[in-house]
Write a protein that binds this ligand. Structure first.
Ligand code: GLA
Length: 753
């Protein structure tokens, strides 16, 4: 059992494979935090915060004059408000018009396995032996409020998952704040890592020093958001990509969140994460309860890289579900940037004909197939086919795509409603609106109130109808505006409704591959991954912009979850021209596809695409399900200001038989410096054979016709060369970058048998 309780000392020890998390009882009543360390064989309960008489730190009445004990000077496990701790509390429950609350220890339960969370997505186990759980009951003697803290400790990963359940006692109360976890560290010598950005610039890694006061990120957009991800990490002094102690926190929730660190006057740091108290005031009457979302907490001694790989392993096996969880994902062609709204059956089939010849496996029909949707001003909610565009319905398109040998996928944006739609004309009250105020529009649309059961039922039936009339293998589920005009608590109710809908739909259609999207990566969070194993990473498909977006995303999320497409140049979002090979190398770092009109390309380009797809099919198992090593990140580990001019990453298969390496220059220069790439994660004693993606780029083609130059793409190391894993890791490959060949280098190493 990875959890034990030492009755004499009043101490709970939670042991992951290489760490120990300590919870302590003081005076048999107060639940304190002991720390989270490298694994300890025993715990004496001596290395704890001292009892101290500190100015302006009140002492509980029963200890007054007896002990220098104030919660204000202690590491608290789930801090209470309005008593002796003036830092940010973990909850606020208003009862009798006061926030004042006490939580006294009652009892505990330890058992093998893990329970699911009522109405909320969470990590899960397939067998009880994977994890153990500790429940601790705390009670407010005055109101009868019962707070149960849940800790699931994973047996093969350095992960602890936490959440809390509030059950109302004799007195009704109003929950204004209910965080999922609070962890106190005894000092603040950490840097904080957050994933921040904007639409089309999501999840750039930002690192800053902790300073006194509150610092953090959050969302009030009723979406986990493009702007901030529900993630934060603390990096110990000296910790970097490869080494050092790192603590990562990620909330399994898609709505408003807060993730913050408060550094107090004595340098202690309090990490907190949970639902954002904004627009939240949840009433509980006797016997009613409220369950918070889950926080996944990872401790790594192998730097950010180790932390990321732990998140990846957990999310791939114990968060994502269904038949696609472990399945290699198909290569996609999506018609969005190829046609936008302007398509008919002929155009779609012409694109499909070319795509299938190049090796594409899944054709996705994006926005514009339903209602009267010729632009983004109408029809959301009218989930029936537009017969003007597709006269013989989706069946004709789906059959045509399947007969060409590809799977067929379809775009939906179910949570939205256009004012110009039959649905809105029939049910204007289904959209979020505040009486007496004109609702605010985003992308000309309103948001459906999924807190209403009839809305959830309507969507379930409408989408089920479409998915059962035509043969549909994949769904892209979009969400293209931040909701507004909500009543109190509506955001959390919305997500409870959405999760209910997704649970039912994914159970009803277990074979469908669902991909979540929100104007790209506006809802790239663990909760959505529980229902949909992949997410459209960003609306920005520029090959170079994608480096920071994808590597930032990889801090918490696995490559199998990141959908990445090659698009046209000049790029439709930023106008940059990047070589086809670089666009391919970057997109191959996730689930791969194309999003451009293949019929506008030359034969040379199509043949390069053919090679890319064939190549990707040989490496996708490693990329999607292997271990990621960020060899050179585009960000600096000690300051956000300086970025490296190139980025390099490596995926290694779990059996260490194959490694896939990419180096991409962000700002390609002529005749650049040599680059040394020390690989990681290989078998030092094995020999590995080089193999590079052989395809003729446009520049190769041009040079060859003029100078008769060979079309080798990257390093000076010829294909077939064998090198030991040790040499590749400890000496590192010296790369003679030739950005004139596209600004990137990409190769595979295969273990010689
Ligand atoms: C969002 C998505 C795009 C595309 C459009 C369609 O912006 O992120 O990929 O599907 O919607 O309207």
């Amino acid at each position: 059992m990875s959890i034990c309780f030492d009755k004499e000392k009043g101490v709970f020890l939670l042991n992951t494979p290489s760490s120990t998390y300590v919870i302590r009882l003081y005076n048999e009543k107060y639940l304190l935090h002991g720390g989270w360390f490298h694994k300890l064989p025993v715990w004496s309960d001596v290395c704890v915060m001292p009892l101290a008489d500190r100015a302006f730190s009140p002492v509980p009445a029963e200890l007054h004059g007896k002990a220098d004990f104030s919660l204000n000077c202690q590491q608290c496990e789930y801090p209470v408000p309005m008593r002796s701790d003036f830092r940010s509390s973990a909850y606020e429950a208003i009862c009798d018009e006061t926030l004042a609350s006490d939580l006294e220890y009652q009892t505990y339960r330890i058992y093998a396995g893990k329970k699911s969370l009522e109405g909320l997505p969470s990590t899960y186990i397939s067998q009880d032996s994977e994890a153990d759980t500790l429940e601790i009951d705390l009670k407010d003697p005055h109101t009868g409020l019962l707070v149960t803290l849940f800790y699931t400790v994973w047996n093969s990963l350095d992960v602890i998952c936490r959440h809390a359940v509030f059950t109302c006692g004799s007195k009704s109360l109003s929950l204004r704040k209910v965080l999922s976890a609070s962890v106190d560290f005894p000092h603040s010598r950490y840097r904080m890592l957050q994933l921040s950005g904007a639409h089309a610039r999501e999840r750039h890694a930002v690192i800053r020093n902790l300073v006194p006061g509150v610092q953090g990120v959050g969302s009030r957009r009723s979406a986990s958001s493009h702007q901030q991800n529900p993630f934060l990490a603390l990096l110990s002094q000296g910790a970097g990509e490869v080494d050092g102690e790192v603590f990562g926190f990620n909330l399994v929730y898609s709505g408003n969140f807060v993730a913050q660190v408060e550094v107090d006057e004595w340098g202690m740091s309090r990490v907190q994460m949970g639902i954002n108290p904004y627009n939240f005031d949840w009433k509980l009457n006797k016997g009613e309860s409220f369950c918070t979302p889950e926080v996944v907490m990872v401790r790594s001694e192998k730097g950010m890289g180790g932390m990321s790989r732990t998140f990846h392993d957990l999310y791939r096996k114990n968060l994502c579900r269904g038949k696609w969880r472990d399945a290699e994902r198909p290569v996609v062609i999506n018609n969005w940037e190829a046609t936008y709204f302007n398509f008919d059956v002929k155009k779609l089939f012409a694109l499909a004909d070319t795509a299938v010849k190049e090796g594409v496996e899944l054709f996705v029909l994006d926005d514009g197939w339903f209602g009267k949707r010729n632009d983004d001003r109408s029809s959301l909610g009218d989930w029936f086919v537009d017969k003007n565009k597709l006269p013989h319905g989706l069946e004709e398109v789906s059959d045509g795509i399947h007969s060409r040998g590809m799977k067929f996928g379809l775009w939906f944006e179910p949570e939205m409603i256009s004012p110009d739609s039959d649905l809105y004309r029939a049910h204007p009250d289904w959209a979020f609106q505040v009486e007496g105020r004109e609702p605010v529009l985003g992308r000309h649309q309103l948001v459906l109130d999924l807190g209403k059961d009839e809305v959830v039922e309507y969507l379930l039936e409408k989408i089920s109808n479409v998915l059962s009339t035509a043969h549909i293998d994949y769904v892209k589920w979009d969400f293209n505006r931040s909701p507004s005009d909500m009543h109190l608590n509506a955001s959390h109710k919305f997500y409870l409704g959405l999760y209910k809908l997704l649970e039912k739909l994914t159970t009803r259609f277990p074979d469908v591959l669902f991909e979540s999207c929100s104007g790209g990566g506006g809802r790239f969070d663990p909760a959505m991954l529980h229902y949909m194993p992949q997410t459209w990473t960003s609306d920005n498909t520029d090959g170079l912009s994608r480096i920071s977006i994808q590597l930032g995303t990889s801090v918490a999320y696995p490559a199998s979850a990141m959908s990445c497409h090659v698009s046209a140049v000049p790029n439709h979002q930023i106008g940059r021209i990047t070589s086809l090979s670089t666009r391919g190398h970057v997109a191959m770092a996730g689930t791969f596809g194309y999003e451009l009109d293949l019929n506008l390309l030359s034969e040379v380009e199509l043949s390069e695409i053919r090679s890319q797809i064939a190549w990707y099919k040989n490496i996708r198992g490693t990329v999607q399900f292997g271990d990621l090593y960020r060899i050179q990140s585009p960000w600096n580990e000690t300051s956000a200001a300086e970025a490296s001019e190139y980025a390099a990453w490596e995926h290694v298969s779990k059996d260490k038989k194959q490694a896939v390496v990419s180096v991409v220059w962000k700002f390609p220069e002529a005749n650049p410096e040599f680059v040394v790439v020390p690989l990681q994660g290989l078998d030092p004693d094995a020999m590995y054979k080089f193999k590079s993606l052989q395809s003729e780029t446009l520049i190769d083609h041009l040079k060859k016709s003029v100078f008769d130059m060979p079309s080798s793409q990257c390093s000076a190391i010829p294909d077939g060369t064998c090198v030991s894993g040790a040499e590749l890791m400890y000496a590192g490959i010296r790369i003679m970058g030739k950005p004139q060949y596209g600004g990137s280098v990409h190769f595979v190493l295969e273990k010689c048998s």
